[in-house]
Write a protein that binds this ligand. Structure first.
Ligand code: PMP
Length: 423
């Protein structure tokens, strides 16, 4: 089977010891379930990916060798930490084609990056005469955030419709993006439908109206080459934990001139230049937006995760995702009695959300858990979209660099068993 993959998947798997563990469906102390006999088949990568030894070692090395606060110290260890943390910004910048570290703000995750722009830009710039355009498939991190900013500023929040086939209605996009529009916020790859949205086309429409474009790259940056210029993105957000990095670190890309003009989001230490009792001035970008002691180890490890993915090559990562998603789509379709959401197998990101006729997604997930198969069941933080689909929940299998065709087979076999059980 190995020869069908774009890279050596066995070698990759060896970097992820968790993939060798057994599970048994019992929730007990981590790693100590009494029935831990099944191989773990981890297909919940859209929620969070696993972390290779190289990244875990980077975190341990940081704490063992040069743990210190950044920016403030003259002493050697602080300077070592500062250099590593600052260079991590360069690494992220290069990965997505940004100009430099000025354009990369480290955040906790995608959600915080969305909130940063919504608060620092949206609250100050939007009013009742303006509109913000989202899509009906936005993740709650964007949808709820702009909804609330809309309520506070009076700006109209509009949604580009999702069609039957899970793609955006671009005629509707052309209608709702108009001269009142100040921001178009779009998810690049939908975490619920797997749809790959035509971001460039939307960006061109938005820029025609002098609106900014915010791209939610939570599912795209980990899984395919992403370049901010190619996308036409003014902002791009993504999370380290979905791309082999640790939790607690993510990035906001913003075009330098826009970030420069924006007010800070959080105030405090690290982000100021000069403070008097009367007033304060701000540090240069990106530090103006990184108040307080940042997630230093996580930032450095984020860069290590990016190096790890770079070594595989993002084109190869995409090819692997395509292969598994297409195969899973085909195999699940062949079972019959299964509704798969979103576009067809060859036009989607590396995830498949579905429902088995007559089986609640939670029950399905629970049965799969008995087989050691980890998937997600729920609304995947897209409740309005699930309302529209007429489904309270769906089951979602999502793939990453270490997953195999055999694991997709295990998924499909277990789904078939569940179908039988509930027939
Ligand atoms: N957007 C999308 C498309 C996502 O899939 C997710 C994570 N499920 C998020 C935003 C939020 O990411 P985080 O929880 O890391 O902030």
């Amino acid at each position: 089977m190995q020869e069908q993959y774009p890279f050596d998947v066995d070698a990759i798997r060896a970097d992820f010891p968790i993939l060798d563990r057994k599970v048994g469906g019992d929730v007990t102390t981590p790693g100590e379930g009494p029935n831990d006999t099944q191989d773990l088949v981890y297909l919940d990568n859209a929620a969070t990916s696993q972390t290779p030894d190289q990244v875990v070692d980077t975190i341990a090395d940081y704490y063992r060798s040069y743990n210190s606060n950044v920016h403030r110290g003259i002493h050697q260890v602080s300077q070592e930490a500062s250099v590593a943390y600052e260079e991590a910004h360069d690494c992220v910048a290069e990965f997505i084609g940004a100009e430099g570290r000025e354009e990369i703000v480290f955040t906790k995750n995608t959600t915080e990056a969305e909130n940063l722009v919504a608060y620092a830009w949206g609250l100050n710039e939007l009013g009742p005469e303006d509109s913000v355009v989202l899509t009906e498939m936005e993740h709650h991190s964007s949808l709820v955030t702009w909804q609330q900013i809309g309520k506070r500023t009076g700006a109209d929040v509009r949604y580009i419709e999702v069609q039957e086939d899970g793609t955006l209605d671009m005629d509707h996009a052309a209608e709702v993006i108009d001269e009142t529009t100040e921001m178009v916020s779009v998810v690049h790859v939908s975490n619920a439908l797997g749809t790959i949205n035509p971001v460039r086309e939307l960006a061109d429409m938005a820029h025609e109206e002098d609106a900014y474009v915010f791209v939610d790259g939570a599912q795209s940056v980990p899984t395919r080459p992403v370049d901010v210029d190619d996308l036409g993105a003014d902002f791009l957000a993504f999370s380290g934990h979905k791309m082999c990095g640790p939790t607690g670190i993510g990035a906001l890309y913003g075009r330098e001139e826009i970030l420069d003009a924006m007010e800070p989001y959080l105030y405090g230490g690290e982000m100021i230049r000069r403070v008097t009792y009367e007033d304060s001035t701000w540090e240069d970008l990106p530090w103006k937006f990184e108040a307080g002691t940042p997630s230093i180890a996580q930032g450095v490890a984020f860069a290590e995760a990016i190096d790890y993915l770079d070594d595989i090559g993002m084109e190869n990562v995409r090819a692997h995702e395509d292969l598994l998603a297409e195969y899973a789509y085909e195999q699940l379709s062949d079972l019959g009695g299964i509704e798969i959401y979103g576009p067809s197998g060859d036009e989607r990101g590396g995830l498949v959300a579905f429902n088995v006729e007559g089986v609640h997604a939670h029950d399905l997930s629970s049965i799969l858990n008995d087989y050691g198969i980890a998937i997600r069941a729920g609304d995947h933080c897209t409740q309005p979209l699930h309302d529209k689909l007429g489904a309270a929940a769906s089951a979602r299998a999502s793939f990453y660099i270490y997953n195999t065709v055999e694991e997709v087979d295990a998924l499909v076999d277990a789904v078939a068993e569940a179908k039988e059980l509930f027939a």
